[in-house]
Design a protein around this ligand. Structure first.
Ligand code: ZN
Length: 191
């Protein structure tokens, strides 16, 4: 069984059927009565094409659709709590702990990857550097231009070099000469 909770031993009262019943009723009431009254995320979910049903944060969006990841120069850059906040220190500790946890989770995930997955991951990391969008957009534009250039090279034959052009001209004039001679020969035969 999955271990849940704080690991503290439950009191006899907490283990009682009555306590569990109270808990069950409370969560059912929350889900049926209170949750529907809470403001919902206003984004459309890509997965279903319908309106997202997550609870909204103060900015009107859920944490998946709005603001959990910073935008612009804050994109994927850790955001530190406001110093003037009364619980700034606690928030900072929480943030550091979360970052540490994420780093460990990332390390585990990386260790389990196949070489192919690892390559994909590294490519994504290279093309999705944190910070301002301008550098990413420039790199993206360059990648697109390079790909277009490579595609155009693959499609049309390269323009003839001077040497090739000279040879083509020579072939053409020799062919003309050959034709001239052939027609002269015909003339002599039928004369
Ligand atoms: Zn949402």
């Amino acid at each position: 069984m999955v271990k849940r909770g704080s690991g503290k031993k439950l009191t006899l009262w907490q283990q009682s059927a009555e306590f569990r019943q109270i808990g069950r009723e409370a969560i059912t009431k929350w889900n049926k009565v209170d949750r529907p009254k809470q403001p919902k995320c206003t984004a459309m979910a890509k997965s279903s094409g319908e309106k997202c049903r997550q609870l909204a944060m103060p900015n009107g969006k859920c944490r998946y659709h709005g603001g959990a990841t910073g935008s612009g120069s804050a994109w994927h850059v850790p955001q530190w709590p406001d110093r003037s906040s009364v619980d700034a220190e606690a928030k900072l500790h929480g943030k550091l702990k979360a970052l540490d946890k994420a780093a460990k989770r990332r390390a585990t995930r990386l260790a389990k990857m196949t070489p192919e997955e690892r390559k994909q991951h590294e490519l994504w990391q290279r093309t999705h550097k944190p910070g301002p969008a301008t550098a990413r957009q420039r790199a993206k534009r360059e990648r697109r231009e390079n790909a277009a250039f490579a595609a155009s090279l693959a499609q049309s034959p390269p323009p003839p070099t001077n040497e090739a052009k000279r040879l083509l001209d020579e072939i053409e004039s020799l062919e003309a000469l050959l034709e001239q001679r052939a027609s002269k020969r015909e003339e002599t035969i039928f004369d």
